[in-house]
Design a protein around this ligand. Structure first.
Ligand SMILES: *Cc1c(COP(=O)(O)O)cnc(C)c1O
Length: 392
């Protein structure tokens, strides 16, 4: 596929990135092999020296993984992608390959919990410090810069409050300073948002979420220019947080329906969000697709739809929120998201339970807050389920 620039993303999600066995198979083969054989000793030497392209060992080269990488790179509009074993492995691979001891990160404070722990815990042990800022405040990003700041990091919309950060504005701040911007595009996927086009230098993914879309496998990826992805590739090659071919094969089929799923899941989320907003039992709804969202205009500019994750505050605190979680019969009680099955979670007692009550309060994660990741069920059924939860 040479003309990826002229094809629509819906087509690329199905057609980009193919590695054939030579038998003319129509679906992507699963190359479940740890290593590859060489024709001759000289052939082996050429492959290892990189003089000839080909497959050697699945820690860093496998045709099924390569097909997934090519497809995702096409969807994000990047030159190259490297797949990893999970989303966290992707973020870690970026940090290990782009930074060294003494470097400084400026990051959004509204991050996936394990990313916060990676920055504040693991990286700080190796002499890489992180300053956390309010992602909506351009002044705060700029004020946190130091001479040794090499990398800015954000996630948008954030979890669970769906705060939207201005990717183009933060990219400009990073570039003025000679730093790079890395965006975790997990919540939107390339179907809704393409951070590289907005100025980001690298995109990271938890493929575990919408790219798979069915809650089956873990996976991750880093996408960007050849120059920035090459060191990430070398890190994965050396350290081995590699994606398994089986998971890549599952993810390839997930990608085929990404655009269709996202379009419908976003429409379902908007319907449910509007309905929740109309209920007196609900104090507030956070969803970028609603006019009431404080950054609705920015979200409309930056994303092609509001996303499939929303959160809402029920009146009556933890007791009322837990009642909703306990009463739903269709929606799954689980902390995962990005699935065709809708899921509900009470962040204060699950994903954010280990954060102190004051820190939670500061982050706006109160006892009445619920996060709903809307799936592909009929939205009327989800609404009825929530009615049951709210005791209507
Ligand atoms: C889940 C998630 C991750 C981590 O991905 P894993 O595949 O679970 O390692 C990173 N960022 C965001 C926004 C996530 O939701």
């Amino acid at each position: 596929m040479s003309d990826t620039k002229t094809l629509h993303p819906e087509t690329l999600a199905i057609r980009a990135g193919r590695e054939h066995s030579g038998f003319g198979e129509h679906s992507q083969s699963l190359f479940l092999t740890s290593s590859f054989t060489f024709d001759t000793a000289a052939d082996a030497a050429a492959l290892f020296l990189g003089e000839r392209e080909g497959y050697t060992y699945s820690r860093f080269t496998n045709p099924t993984v390569s097909a997934f990488q090519q497809r995702l790179a096409a969807l994000e509009g990047g030159e190259r992608a490297i797949a990893t074993a999970s989303g966290m492995a992707a973020i870690q691979a970026v940090m290990m390959s782009q930074l060294k001891s003494g470097d400084h990160i400026v990051s959004s404070q509204s991050l996936f919990g394990s990313t916060l722990n990676l920055f504040a815990g693991t990286l700080s042990k190796f002499g890489i410090e992180t300053t956390f800022v309010d992602p909506k405040d351009s002044g705060a990003w700029r004020a946190a810069l130091r001479p040794e700041t090499k990398l800015l990091f954000l996630e948008t919309p954030s979890n669970p409050l769906t705060e939207v950060a201005d990717i183009a504005a933060v990219a400009a701040i990073a570039h003025e300073h000679g730093a790079i911007l890395v965006v975790d595009n997990c919540f939107c996927s390339p179907a809704l948002q393409r951070p590289l086009e907005l100025g980001a230098d690298l995109v990271v993914h938890s493929a575990t979420k919408y790219l798979d879309g069915h809650g089956r496998v873990l996976g991750g990826a880093v996408v960007g220019s050849d120059a920035l992805v090459e060191p990430v590739y070398l890190h994965v090659r050396t350290a081995g947080p590699s994606l398994s071919p089986f998971n890549a094969w599952v993810l390839l089929s997930g990608l085929e329906t990404l655009y269709l799923r996202m379009e419908k899941q976003c429409a379902n989320a908007l319907q449910v969000a509007r309905w929740l907003e109309s209920r007196p039992e609900v104090e507030r709804v956070f969803y970028p697709g609603l006019e009431s969202h404080p950054q609705h205009a920015l979200a409309q500019r930056q994303q092609s739809a509001g996303g499939a994750v929303l959160s809402f505050v029920v009146r009556g605190g933890r007791e009322a929120a837990w009642r909703v979680v306990d009463r739903v019969e269709v929606i799954s009680r689980t902390a995962n998201l990005g699935d065709v099955k809708s899921t509900i979670t009470h962040p204060a007692s699950t994903t954010h339970a280990r954060v102190s009550a004051e820190a939670r309060e500061r982050a706006g994660i109160g006892e009445g807050l619920l996060r709903l990741a809307v799936g592909l069920e009929h939205p009327d059924d989800l609404q009825l389920d929530l009615e049951r939860g709210l005791g209507l």
